[in-house]
Design a protein around this ligand. Structure first.
Ligand code: ADP
Ligand code: ZN
Ligand code: ZN
Length: 703
């Protein structure tokens, strides 16, 4: 390294769980947004330059040198630095923990660069591969016919075209109302203005066929090389190639899952979030961000339109649409004229169920099969039965590592007990471990058992099961769905995996078993999620069969969620739900953050959370100047943030780790943010902090 010139100080974001800042000395020309390789302890790390400070934050004599400045990617643009900076601030994480994981893997590995000649490295290799591939698949994409829009669709497209500047739009339309058509027109308009469009969809690995249809449509608009697809199921090299296309502006449309939201896009003009209510937009580990929420922030920052679409919007989004912050566009009818399915509730209280199925449902399946139609049985529980039970002494198959039951599974090699939380497996005991009784019975039912029962009831029928177990092998989900579409399956049994996206042309009946289990979880969002899920499953049926039916078995038919489902009444359900949230002071009328801790002992876990609560409540500095003399940020005034009692998680022990949580809530988002900043700064010094692992989640989806 030439150290004869004048060095500059650079501040670097690194993916390490420390607050930083991390300052280095550079002898080479540098620029904010460039990646650098720097020494960190005994390791070398790749980081992103976030600032060129006049002075380092520490004594200059201990500042180390940047080892290499990487130029294979253009400097990360200013809007990307703002986006990641905002996310770090909002979710209370070091900025490097946001920036680096947002880059494709090879761009974060020093070993991909060290000791290589300049100009070599992952990007160069990827470009060579891309060139070859481009030649290979230089085929003109076939023209895909565009349907003529109906009046409602046209009105929505016109309304979107008329928007200028930052404009959040909620497109509310039932399944099959033609929302996708509107996304495509909006994308088309954006491209015509010479800008890029970002289209986010829920996890798509499970539905490659659907993705392919959408990609073809997008290619018809943007050209065969104008579309980049980004999701976590891609091989590293493919992800890098797609990412580079997007960053260089070659891709005019980026189609991807939540991680695609953090892609630098130099000419971004539109963001679409399809199925905006889908929980997969929330990352559940590391930086627990909501790609939907960040999409709205990014659109605001860029001054562009963000189009959120759903048949069952989240109540947060619906609230914004009701109070005018978002423009509400509605598509109340199906695009292809067909009657929506008839949704019926089967009150199971007065019925004798056989293997969990009511006589009505069984009859209905038989009738549909006679008519040559398909039936779908939806049950959100995989395995054979959720627990094994001793009929003599009441022993149940608990997991030794977790506070849950081991689930009975039937496999090719016989039955097994499996824990869905820690993955433990055991043979089925021949006799009760407590009393020696040999009559052990599976209690309750999962998809395997329902499949077995249906096979007995309808021996002629071809039955397929789609759940996480039957689709473990790569390609198996695709194959199973393909069989259903090809009409090679008469009855499909499945978990939520079958709820999404697919339009089964010949499906005449959907039966829902044990929906109540989803309703009576402790989470206040359970009814909302159940409504969305059942609407989605219902949407699989009846687009082409005419007069299709959905039967929901429940012991609580009077519950608002079921009544609303029966009437296909999202609007009424949302109004009811929001009124309840408002009177209970829950989101979107309050803002929440969840501190979760875990350790080997529950007492230890709870002790830490109690200390965390005390340090906040005892703080004498509440409502004082923003930064105190000891450098710690100040708490907001007393009473602005409520801290609840620490409570064990519903499944308290997983893999011998005992977990608990503490909820913080405030009517004011800025107050909550200020509180969290002050709070987090004090947690590491708590006496119990060394004995637990803890993490904070802002806007938790599940409580
Ligand atoms: P959504 O995304 O709202 O569930 P889709 O956009 O998938 O609905 O549309 C459902 C079906 O209706 C698709 O097969 C689509 O091609 C078709 N479709 C959409 N709009 C029209 C239209 N204006 N005329 C005819 N068919 C349409
Ligand atoms: Zn027993
Ligand atoms: Zn377990």
């Amino acid at each position: 390294m030439d150290t004869s010139g004048t060095p500059v100080w650079v501040r670097v974001a690194l993916d390490v769980p420390l607050a930083g800042p991390f300052d280095y000395r550079a002898w080479q020309p540098v620029q904010i947004g460039l990646r650098v390789i720097v020494p960190f302890g005994r390791r070398q790390l790749i980081g992103v330059i976030t600032a060129l400070p006049a002075e380092p934050a520490v004594d200059p004599s201990v500042v180390r040198d940047v080892e290499q400045v990487l130029h294979d990617v253009p400097p990360m643009p200013a809007d990307w630095l703002r986006l990641t900076g905002f996310a770090a601030d909002y979710y209370q994480r070091p900025v490097g923990e946001v920036m680096l994981p947002a880059l494709p893997g090879p761009l974060r590995k020093p070993s991909a660069y060290l000791g290589k000649r300049a100009g070599a490295g992952p990007v160069a290799r990827s470009d060579v591969r891309a060139q070859k591939r481009k030649k290979a698949d230089e085929v003109a994409s076939a023209a895909v016919p565009k349907p003529c829009l109906n009046a409602e669709q046209q009105a929505a497209v016109d309304a979107i075209a008329a928007r200028q500047g930052f404009s959040p739009v909620l497109l509310h339309g039932v399944t099959g109302s033609g929302k996708t058509e509107i996304y495509l027109r909006a994308v088309e308009q954006t491209l015509a203005q010479g800008r890029q469009a970002l289209l986010l969809v829920p996890e798509i690995n499970l539905t490659p066929q659907l993705q392919q249809v959408l990609v073809s449509r997008l290619q018809a608009i943007a050209g065969s090389h104008g579309v980049a697809v980004l999701h976590s199921g891609l091989a590293e090299g493919d992800r890098l190639a797609a990412w580079m296309q997007a960053v260089r502006g070659q891709a005019r449309v980026v189609l991807g899952t939540r991680l695609a939201l953090l892609t630098p896009l130099p000419e971004l003009g539109l963001i679409v979030v399809d199925e905006e209510h889908d929980p997969s937009y929330k990352q559940q580990e590391g930086l627990r961000y909501s790609a939907r929420d960040l999409a709205v922030w990014r659109a605001h920052d860029a001054g562009i339109t963000v189009l959120l679409g759903s048949a069952t919007p989240s109540l947060e989004t619906w609230h914004h649409a009701r109070n005018g912050r978002y423009l509400l566009l509605s598509l109340p009818t199906r695009a292809v004229s067909s009657t929506p399915p008839d949704i019926r509730l089967i009150d199971t209280r007065r019925l004798t169920l056989k293997e969990g199925m009511s006589p009505e449902l069984t009859d209905a399946i038989g009738k549909r099969l006679e008519q040559g139609q398909q039936a779908l049985i939806f049950l959100n529980r995989r395995g054979y039965s959720p627990v094994l039970n001793c009929t003599a002494c009441g022993w149940v198959s608990g997991c030794t590592h977790c506070s849950t039951y081991m689930v009975v599974h039937r496999g090719k090699t016989g039955a097994l007990l499996r824990c869905h939380h820690c993955g433990a497996r055991e043979r089925i005991p021949r006799a009760c471990p407590d009393c020696g009784n040999q009559d052990l019975q599976p209690m309750g039912r999962g998809t395997q058992r329902v499949e077995e029962h249906l096979a007995e009831l309808f021996p002629q029928a071809r039955i397929a099961r789609i759940d996480a177990d039957s689709t473990r092998l790569k390609g198996s989900a695709e194959r199973l769905f393909g069989q259903v579409h090809a009409g090679e399956v008469d009855i499909l049994v499945g978990t939520q995996m079958v709820a999404k996206g697919h339009d089964f042309r010949n499906l005449g009946l959907v039966g829902v078993l044990n929906a109540d289990a989803m309703l009576f979880s402790h989470d206040f969002r359970a009814p909302e999620r159940l409504f969305a899920q059942l609407m989605q499953v219902a949407g699989r049926a009846g687009r082409h069969t005419g007069g299709s039916q959905v039967m929901i078995q429940t012991g609580y038919p009077e519950q608002a969620v079921y009544q609303a489902l029966m009437r296909h009444d999202y609007v009424g359900f949302a109004a009811h739900g929001l009124a309840e949230r408002e009177s209970a002071g829950l989101p979107p009328f309050a803002h929440q953050a969840l501190l979760t801790a875990e350790s080997g002992e529950l007492a230890q876990t709870l002790a830490f959370l109690s200390q965390a609560r005390e340090v906040a409540e005892a703080a004498e500095n509440q409502g004082q100047p923003p930064v105190l003399s000891d450098g710690l940020p100040c708490f907001p005034p007393p009473g602005t943030v409520t801290l609840y009692d620490p409570v064990p998680l519903r499944v308290v022990r997983v893999n011998n780790v005992e977990r608990a949580q503490l909820l913080a809530e405030s009517a004011s988002r800025p107050a909550l943010q200020a509180f969290l900043r002050a709070w987090l700064a004090r947690l590491p010094a708590l006496p119990g902090a060394r004995r637990v692992r803890w993490q904070l989640e802002v806007d938790p989806l599940e409580i």
